[in-house]
Design a protein around this ligand. Structure first.
Ligand code: ADP
Ligand code: 5SP
Length: 470
C-alpha cells in the first residue's frame, strides 16, 4: 500500500458484541488511514471461531499490510473455556447471556455482596465470568472437567494472533471483569475461582501491564496486551477528571477513569481496572442501541425515519414511558424482567411518542448509572457520548436534558478500535505514557433547562417502581 511509505502504522481491533471493527492508524498522530468491519452472529453463545472469521473478513484485502503493531479490544466477561490441547470446550457464553443469573445470585448469597466487592471490586451478576463458570460447573459438569484454561474474548483473539503460545495473556482491564481478579490487589483470587468452579482450578492468562508486548503476529507485527472494549474506549478518549463516558452499543455503559479502586456492595458500580494502570468504575445496562432498533422494527421504519418520529414528539412523550428491559436487565439486576410501556392513553398512543419513549427509556437507565458513579466519588462535569446509537439525532437531542449535564459528541470514530490501536502504538514505542493523539473538537450540547430532564426521570422512576418496586 504505497500511501503508507515513510510512516509507522498501527492497527486496533474491536471484537464487540455485534461486529468486529478494525482501524489502521498513523502511530504518531492516530489519524485513521483505513478501516474494515464484519458482523458477528446475533447470539449470546458463540464459538470463538466466528470472531476469527469476522476478523479475517474485516482485514481482507491487505488491510493489515505494513502494520507494525496490533492491539485487540473486545466485549468483556465472555467465558472462553479451552481444553488441554487449546480447543474450545463449548461455545463462549457472552456477557449478555443471562442463564447464569441464578449462579450469580448463589455466589452472592454464599459469600455476601460486601465480601465480593472488597475482594474483586464487583458483586457477581449473570454477566461476570465467575458466574458463567459456576453455571457450567452445575449444568455441564463433564465439560467443566475438561476445562484446562479459561480466557476472555480479547485474550483468545490475542492468543490466536500471536500463534497460540503455551502461555496466554490478558491485561488488568479485562481481568477485572472476571470476578476472580482483584483490581485493588493486582492479583488473581484463585480461591474464588475454585469456589465458583466446583473446586476445579483451570489455568488463567498472565496479566500484562498497560504497555506490555504480548507477542508477534506471523508477519512480525508487535501485538500489545489488549483490553476490554470499555477500557479501550476510555484510552482512546483520554477521559480526564470530570469526564464520564456514556457508550451506547449493545450494552449501555457509564464509566470514568479514577485514580482509586471502588467497591460498591450494592452491585450497581463495577469496580474495574482501566488500560493505563488506573481504575474504571463502570455501570452497565443490558439494553441500549438495540432498544432503538427493536422499536424501529415495531414501527416498521428504518433508523433515520425512527429518529424523525422521535424528534417530532414532545420531550416526555406526553407521559408515555418505555421500560427498556427487552433482554432482561443487568443494572438494575433484573435478569428475568421484560420491557413495558407504561402510561398509555388514547391521546398519547402515537408512533412519535413510542419512538421518543424508547429513546428516553434507554437514556434514563444510563442517567441512573451517572448517579451511581457520582455516589462513588466520580465527578460528572460532562458526558462524552459514543457508541453506535450516539449517531442518533434523537438521542443527541434528548441526552443533555436526561443526563442534566453538557454532553459532548466526539468526532465520529470507532473509539474502541482506536483505543486498541493507541495501546499498540504505546507498546511499540515503550514510553511511560501512551502517545499523544489528538481527537479533534467534539460537538457540545447543553441541557434545554433544569425541569425537562427531571420530569422525564420522575415519570421513568415511577413507572419502574410501579412494576419492580423501589
Ligand atoms: N443512527 C443510529 N440510530 C440508532 N442506533 C444506531 C444508529 N447507528 C447505529 N446504531 C446501532 O448501534 C449498534 C451498534 O453499535 P456498536 O457500538 O458498534 O455496538 P457493539 O460495540 O456492541 O457491537 C447497532 O445496534 C446499531 O443498530
Ligand atoms: O459487559 C459489559 C461491560 O461490563 C459490556 O459493555 C461488554 O463489554 C459489551 O460491550 P459492547 O459490545 O456493548 O460494546
Amino acid at each position: 500500500m504505497g500511501e503508507d511509505t515513510g510512516r509507522t502504522l498501527v492497527a486496533g481491533i474491536d471484537s464487540s458484541t455485534q461486529s468486529t471493527k478494525v482501524v489502521v492508524c498513523d502511530a504518531a498522530t492516530g489519524r485513521v488511514v483505513r478501516q474494515g468491519h464484519a458482523p458477528h452472529p446475533d447470539a449470546t453463545e458463540i464459538h470463538p471461531d466466528r470472531w476469527w472469521e469476522a476478523l479475517t473478513t474485516a482485514t481482507g484485502g491487505g488491510l493489515l499490510d505494513g502494520v507494525a503493531a496490533v492491539g485487540v479490544a473486545a466485549q468483556q466477561h465472555g467465558l472462553v473455556p479451552l481444553d488441554d490441547a487449546g480447543s474450545v470446550v463449548r461455545p463462549a457464553l457472552l456477557w449478555n447471556d443471562t442463564r447464569s443469573a441464578r449462579a450469580a445470585a448463589d455466589l452472592v448469597a454464599e459469600l455476601g455482596p460486601r465480601a465480593w466487592a472488597e475482594a474483586v471490586g464487583s458483586v457477581p451478576v449473570a454477566s461476570l465470568t465467575v458466574a458463567k463458570l459456576r453455571w457450567v460447573a452445575e449444568h455441564e459438569p463433564d465439560l467443566a472437567d475438561r476445562v484446562a484454561s479459561v480466557l476472555l474474548p480479547h485474550d483468545w483473539v490475542t492468543w490466536r494472533l500471536t500463534g497460540r503460545p503455551a502461555l496466554a495473556v490478558t491485561d488488568r482491564g479485562d481481568a477485572s471483569g472476571t470476578g476472580y481478579w482483584s483490581p485493588a490487589g493486582g492479583a488473581y483470587r484463585h480461591d474464588l475461582l475454585r469456589h465458583a468452579f466446583g473446586g476445579r482450578a483451570p489455568a488463567l492468562p498472565r496479566v500484562l501491564g498497560p504497555a506490555a508486548i504480548a507477542g508477534e503476529t506471523p508477519s512480525g507485527a508487535v501485538v500489545s496486551a489488549g483490553t476490554g472494549d470499555n477500557m479501550a474506549a476510555a484510552l482512546a478518549l483520554d477521559a480526564g477528571p470530570g469526564d464520564v463516558v456514556v457508550s451506547l452499543g449493545t450494552s449501555g455503559t457509564v464509566f470514568a477513569v479514577s485514580p482509586t479502586p471502588t467497591a460498591d456492595a450494592s452491585g450497581a458500580v463495577a469496580g474495574f481496572a482501566d488500560a493505563t494502570g488506573r481504575f474504571l468504575p463502570l455501570v452497565c445496562t443490558l439494553n441500549a442501541a438495540r432498544v432503538l432498533g427493536a422499536a424501529a422494527r415495531m414501527l416498521d421504519v428504518d433508523l433515520d425515519a425512527f429518529d424523525r418520529l422521535a424528534l417530532a414528539a414532545r420531550p416526555g412523550a406526553d407521559g408515555l414511558v418505555l421500560l427498556p428491559y427487552l433482554d432482561g436487565e443487568r443494572t438494575p439486576n433484573l435478569p428475568e424482567a421484560s420491557g413495558a410501556l407504561v402510561g398509555l392513553r388514547r391521546a398519547n398512543m402515537t408512533p412519535e411518542n413510542l419512538a421518543r419513549a424508547a429513546v428516553e427509556g434507554m437514556l434514563c437507565g444510563l442517567a441512573a448509572g451517572l448517579d451511581a458513579v457520582r455516589a462513588h466519588g466520580v465527578e460528572v462535569r460532562r458526558v462524552l457520548l459514543v457508541g453506535g446509537a450516539a449517531r442518533s439525532q434523537a438521542v443527541r437531542a434528548a441526552a443533555p436534558s436526561v443526563f442534566g449535564v453538557p454532553v459532548v459528541i466526539p468526532p465520529s470514530a470507532e473509539y474502541v478500535a482506536l483505543g486498541a490501536a493507541r495501546q499498540a502504538a504505546w507498546a511499540l514505542d515503550g514510553s511511560d505514557e501512551p502517545p499523544a493523539w489528538s481527537l479533534g473538537a467534539g460537538e457540545r450540547l447543553d441541557p434545554a433547562d433544569d425541569e425537562t430532564g427531571q420530569r422525564i426521570l420522575r415519570a421513568y422512576t415511577a413507572a419502574h417502581e410501579s412494576l419492580h418496586g423501589a
